[in-house]
Ligand binder design. Structure first.
Ligand code: FES
Length: 122
């Protein structure tokens, strides 16, 4: 495996929707808080937090996607953000039903994963 491929294999992303609907439900503040936590060392160093501009699951936002593990969080709020952070840091799945009720239908999720793959290149 080339060094570039090895680096890519270690890379993890949390994509935080900053599309209009998610913004209207507070995703900008959530992104700022996640960046703070990253800076404080609460989140893993290999995790990159990136804004994303709409997964097309707008009615169920704020949406976030952990990639490449493809874990989708919906209806993220300041109250349940800790569960997202715990998942990212310790791998413990979120239990808050608001976060993972899968309201965003499968076909939309698959499309989003394929767009993300194309954008990130892996
Ligand atoms: S605005 Fe966030 S999914 Fe569309």
């Amino acid at each position: 495996m080339s060094i570039e491929k090895e680096d890519q294999a270690r890379k993890r992303f949390l994509l935080v929707c900053q599309g209009l609907f998610c913004l209207g439900r507070g995703s900008h503040g959530l992104l700022a808080e996640l960046r703070n936590l990253k800076q404080q060392g609460v989140l893993p160093s290999e995790l990159e937090i990136k804004p994303y501009y709409c997964f097309n699951g707008c009615s169920h936002g704020p949406n976030m996607v952990s990639y490449p593990d493809r874990v989708w969080f919906e209806r993220v709020s300041p109250d349940n953000l800790t569960q997202v952070v715990t998942y990212l840091g310790e791998g413990i799945p979120a239990t808050d039903p608001l976060l993972n009720q899968c309201r965003v239908i499968e076909v939309v999720r698959h499309r989003a994963y394929s767009d993300i793959k194309e954008e990130l290149g892996f």
